[in-house]
Ligand binder design. Sequence first.
Ligand code: ATP
Ligand code: NI
Length: 388
Amino acid sequence: MSSEPLLRVENLKTQFFTEAGTVRAVDGISFDVREGEIVGLVGESGAGKSVASMSLLRLVENPGEIVAGEITYRGETIFGLEEGPDGELRERDDMLSNEEIRTRIRGNEIAVIFQDPMESLNPVFTVGGQLREFIELNRGLPEDEARREAIDMLREVGIPDPEERYEEYPHQFSGGMRQRVLIAMALACEPSLIIADEPTTALDVTVEGQILDLVDELQAKYGTSFIWVTHDLGVVAEICDRVNVMYLGEIVEQAPVDELFYDTKHPYTNALLNSIPRPDRTVTELEAIEGVMPEAINPPSGCRFHPRCPDAREVCKRIHPETKTVADAAGEPHRAACVKHDAFDVGYDESPPLEGRVTGEDGRAGDEADSELAANPAGDESGGEGSE
Ligand SMILES: Nc1ncnc2c1ncn2[C@@H]1O[C@H](COP(=O)(O)OP(=O)(O)OP(=O)(O)O)[C@@H](O)[C@H]1O
Ligand code: NI
């Protein structure tokens, strides 16, 4: 906490202006990444994880736009707005130009790894050739030196016989090996930060485990910081130091990884945890999270999670909670956006449970509600996960 973080994101908002309405994909998130740590960005599909990641390098495309917030990397402004003389918001003078982002930051300082290596690798060129060219362009090395470096990098990420594999094409590599190539490419310019957007999601569990081990190893060796995007809390447990849980464009819980798992403060995180297998729990059946995530065009009033939340009360429909520090996690703030915590003091304890909710043994009812609906706290927003 003492030194300035590597990357600081404050109140970032990114929206898509579509015919159906404004999609508030990222809606005021704040987090930071320190030197040498792996920070998780976790949440269900549509939570805004990828849009947040793309925003960090100003890669959001039309009809999307960053509309608010500040992104600072090593004291430099990647994004920042100020009020102009006409009262309108305008980009700050000290904001890096597109040219500076492209030549100085992207790849060299902050690299990105995406889920699908085939999108990042060109099928008609050899793997080695692509890596070599990337190194030549970004590090200004002569061809033979870049070639040696590329082979070293392939070896470094655990590709056997790198000299021979250098000459092969992407389709000759397995999914896991392709992902290793992308990691090599990301590492090639020795960036300080790598943003990895679900890079292991398409892989089988064993290969995923190997890649995560590799990342752990490389992270320790190079001291690279990572932002690791995933919907999988199992992955988070394996590699992250600190975690941000996203729901409908917002960060609803933020904590060091152990605190997130063992002292969970947000019901959504709890629901996510209940939906994965855990070695320290004997669950016979995995619980699916009730309901589906609503659209980011028209988010629910109050707490956006309230229609699916087992702890929701009337007050949750009205009050939109900011993310606040609700506990101390060994000197680190443990933050959550849920009014059931004392830090909010908005009358949660006195507030009646939401109408039509199953609240326990006595709350069952609603005469015309059939058993399926009554068993589903999310009511008509249900994704059809009725238990019987
Ligand atoms: N080009 C676009 N135009 C309109 N809406 C978009 C666009 N890209 C993303 N969105 C919307 O922004 C929201 C966040 O999407 P995002 O891809 O960041 O989710 P995610 O958390 O990465 O999900 P996933 O796990 O499926 O990758 C979603 O509601 C999505 O529909
Ligand atoms: Ni995504």
